[in-house]
Write a protein that binds this ligand. Sequence first.
Ligand SMILES: [Mn+2]
Length: 236
Amino acid sequence: MTPAPNLASLAPDTPFWAIGDVHGCDALLERLLDRLRPEGLPIVLVGDYINKGPDSAAVLRRLLALAEDRQIIALRGNHEDLFLRFLSRPIRQTRPFLRYGGRKTLESFGLTLPPEDAPPRAYVTLRDQIRSNMPGMQQWLHALPYAWQSGNISVLHAGADPTCALDAQPERGFAWGHPLFTTTARTDGRWIVHGHHPVDIVTAEALRIAIDTQAHATGQLSAVRVGQGSMDVVVA
Ligand SMILES: [Mn+2]
């Protein structure tokens, strides 16, 4: 038996929903948004919209269409960082992107990948095809924030240095995490809601709420409603 976590200190300015790593699971995302949006609360997505799962392009298209909707706050995950690197420097960054599962994302755009021995120029062509397939997407990705705050809670993708105030560390690190994040408790009383670190179910522990239930592998995309001293979980 795991003791019930002490949620009493959760104090958002307003209740909100946070959604875990989507990784190309567009049907699950659609179902979850249909369920949560009518409530009218802020909905924060912790990032990692692409790679691993089947429909990355559809997820990007859906979120891009919601870019002007102030209810939806999409944060930047490390997979978005990698995708942006590929989009800005395809000759250097295609291989690192593919190593993180980028093949599925590129294929989800309906494009044929160049063969292994293709000249580097082929990756520039591929990038250009993606840009013209989804106008505005690169700019949207580039503008995604790394974190969102409400009261004593911050939402970010992967983690942060627990020994240091959030506003005193480089934001880019939030997308990639920190080696001490899951082993060292924060002492400033700030809760962190995050994805990136896989959990079987949404888990609250030591001022951390982990919500990445590996939708692409489990078929379960989780959302948590954070309120005053409470959290509630919905799984699509
Ligand atoms: Mn992830």
